[in-house]
Design a protein around this ligand. Structure first.
Ligand code: ATP
Ligand code: MG
Length: 465
């Protein structure tokens, strides 16, 4: 899909001013915000739906996300007008022109038309208001996000051909992309996200502007960058967005291990991972592992994610997955060089992997699959069998440190030693019952106290205090 052909007519025969949105969407919106729109009209103000809601409704996706409104009313006037309608009002965004309000389960954010300008060293706009909705729309990031529907009447305002771009699959900025990206470099990451979210192809001008504006991203906080990347990785199919980041060079700026890497980006594998995760957090963690694994080990991946201020559960989770991937690779490599190691040795290997790497093993399999690789047989089947038969038992010991102290009457490093010996017994023989663990421990301690301590070794048990 290329850029919009010259002189093409708006899609689906719609022209600015034509009523849009389905009957259902209009009925629903009328129910939710009809009275509010009337209050603005009665006071002589204009009232426009904008942003993702308009875009997604035009795509036939129904009413998604927040209800964003733009109006010529100034913030104080907005605050006055929502008071009769809303049950809750919040005005923390008032100095940027935004008043939030809720009635029942409907939340709206109403912002005075803006005509902001930016400092060169910051992405914080000096807020300037406008009476002209077209000026407001021209400051928005992409043509597909720069459409408005006016209430009452439901007329579409689409001064930049957003509907045509949406239909033709084109991502384009309503004004010169260099200056939009210079004002707010986060828009470059939004471009990556929307190209994936809406299956849009960025125009060559947009791509060129991202390539030349990349260094400006340094003025954006890590937190904002992380939030935008997370939104991308949460999409059902982020592939096109990751390709965009890679093609424009942003990927290496954001994730240094990708700088100058020759390795292909596993973008398609990120899409495939959707089915392997059971929740959104897990999906994002898995996708970070898929994305970073080809260019770095788990330590560098964790460093990279911490630098991005990712949640620590995500950082730790991705590192654990990559550690498990490495262990699976090493297991396959070892057994590959030592020929047929026999069924017992295979089983012990599977037990060790489970004991050391659960619960990250499923994700590690998904990472390998995303890279177009699979765990070799017979390890794959054995892992599945051993997990089904013994998995739960292998992940924990039937006794804890307190019980070891009680049983052996000892404390100190010897307790850790006893637990780790018990773990090795589980790998050797499979999960132990509490009784069996007790018998083994008592016998082990007895045998140990008969053995003189090694020179420089941990020595005999210290008495418990
Ligand atoms: P979604 O809610 O699905 O993420 P959205 O388009 O509604 O998509 P929001 O972040 O909610 O995105 O923003 C609402 C609208 O505000 C956008 O559609 C766009 O018109 C405008 N907007 C948001 N962020 C920016 C930005 N950084 N620069 C310019 N316009 C923006
Ligand atoms: Mg939105």
């Amino acid at each position: 899909m290329g850029p919009r052909p010259e002189g093409s007519t708006p899609a689906r025969g719609l022209r600015p001013g034509t009523p849009v949105l389905s009957d259902d969407d209009r009925r629903e919106l009328g129910k939710r915000i009809g009275l509010l729109a009337e209050a603005f009209a009665d006071a002589g103000h204009r009232f426009f739906l904008v942003g993702g809601l308009v875009r997604d409704a035009l795509l036939g996706q129904g009413l998604t996300g927040d209800i964003d409104i733009t109006t010529d009313a100034r913030p104080d006037q907005i605050a006055g007008l929502v008071t009769g309608w809303a049950e809750t009002v919040w005005d923390q965004g008032k100095r940027f022109g935004t008043i939030g309000a809720r009635r029942g389960d409907t939340t709206v954010e109403i912002t005075t038309h803006r005509a902001e300008s930016y400092d060169s060293g910051s992405r914080k706009p000096h807020v300037r208001y406008s009476d002209d909705v077209a000026i407001d729309l021209s400051r928005r990031d992409f043509t597909v996000n720069a459409m408005a529907v006016e209430l009452p009447g439901w007329a579409l305002l689409d001064p930049f051909g957003g509907l045509t771009d949406l239909t033709n699959g084109v991502l384009r900025t309503p004004s010169a992309p260099e200056s939009l990206f210079a004002d707010d470099p986060l828009r470059m990451l939004r471009a990556a996200r929307f190209s994936a979210q809406l299956s849009l192809t960025a125009t060559p001008e947009l791509v060129a502007a991202v390539r030349s504006s990349r260094p400006r991203l340094s003025i954006v906080s890590r937190e904002r960058i992380e939030a935008e990347l997370t939104k991308l990785l949460e999409l059902p199919q982020p592939c096109a967005g990751i390709d965009f980041l890679h093609d424009t060079g942003l990927l290496g700026d954001l994730l240094p291990p990708w700088q100058n890497a020759e390795t292909p980006v596993p973008a398609a594998g990120l899409d495939a991972a959707l089915d392997a995760a059971s929740g959104l957090d897990e999906l994002v963690t898995l996708r970070w592992a898929i994305l970073l694994g080809p260019v770095c080990d788990e330590t560098a991946a964790a460093r990279c994610l911490s630098a991005l201020r990712c949640r620590s559960a995500t950082t730790r989770g991705a590192a654990a997955i990559l550690r498990a991937v490495r262990a699976l690779d090493a297991a396959v490599a070892d057994t590959g060089t030592s020929g047929d190691i026999g069924p017992d040795a295979w089983r012990k290997l599977a037990r060790r992997l489970i004991a050391d790497h659960e619960p990250a093993l499923d994700a590690a399999h998904a990472v390998l699959a995303a890279w177009g690789r699979a765990v070799r047989e017979p390890l794959a089947s054995l892992l599945a069998d051993v997990r089904a038969d013994e998995g739960d038992g292998l992940r924990r010991l039937p006794v804890d440190g307190h019980r070891v102290m009680e049983l052996l009457g000892r404390s100190g490093p010897a307790v850790g030693e006893a637990l780790s010996w018990l773990r090795s017994q589980q790998i050797e023989y499979g999960p132990l019952s509490a009784e069996r663990a007790r018998d083994l421990l008592v016998a082990w301690a007895a045998a140990k106290s008969d053995t003189p301590p090694e020179e420089g070794g941990p020595g005999a048990f210290e008495p418990a205090h």
